[in-house]
Design a protein around this ligand. Sequence first.
Ligand code: NAD
Length: 285
Amino acid sequence: MNIDGKQAAADLRAELAVEVATMQAERNITPGLTVVLVGEDPASQVYVRNKVKQTRDIGMISNEIKLADSTTEEELLMTLASLNNDASVHGILVQLPLPKHINEQKIIATIAPEKDVDGFHAMNSGRLLNGESDALVPCTPQGCVILAKRHLGDDLSGKHAVIIGRSNIVGKPVSILFLQENCTVTIAHSRTQDLPAICRQADILVAAVGRPEFVKADWVKAGATVIDVGINRIERDGKNKLVGDVDFADVQDKCSGITPVPGGVGPMTIACLLKNTVAAAKNYG
Ligand code: NAD
């Protein structure tokens, strides 16, 4: 069966809308998210537009700062310093990737950790690793765990979660989150030997690789839960298509639940961004 990320994201947004209304009524605080976009990358523009719209739809304040491709690192740092000092801004997100002349790590390190709703600041990665409850956790990994629980129930303890991918954005943080859920976690990556055999051990298989339809049915244990993070644009039958890192048609009858692409992990990413902004406003507003 499909694990419906669209519905899960709608449910989460509905819960958050209630929290936002309560914060407004009880504390006179409206959570605010500012998204900074540097340059003209078309995919980034679509992502930013969706983030701004969904933020406003649940009653939060959303601002977008658009900067030219030619913006210097110094100018971006100054923009971030002023957002860090603006009490009406609870969450700051700098849309990645940035133009080549800007050092991403330096930019991420400049965002105040308590406003870092992407959860990429080293302070937040450290808090996540330490299991501190006030960590702002990267959005896509949070979405993966919510979807796994939607299918399997809240108790994931003892399940073997195999994560393919070890990026800072997805693979590493999602591994820590499943560990916190008392799963046994295996992290596989580009140097892993006999990947199919390792994947076959998984009760929960998370694919965050960036290779279209990479995971096949004979890599999947019967009845496993498959979380497909991949977003890959391919051309098939003369048409552009979006596919995941899992060969959906091949795998769907073998597993007990799978997140489709699109409509799985993707929608949860933005919903979790809103969740982080509400949490930031609650903790520090
Ligand atoms: P990345 O390129 O940073 O990392 C890919 C990982 O896959 C690496 O750690 C690498 O070790 C591993 N890998 C590469 N080739 C492999 C192989 N042959 N065998 C085993 N492992 C291999 O990518 P990322 O940022 O982690 O993103 C992964 C995918 O998830 C991409 O398709 C990306 O578009 C997608 N993504 C989706 C969302 C979302 O909202 N749904 C968010 C972030 C990323």
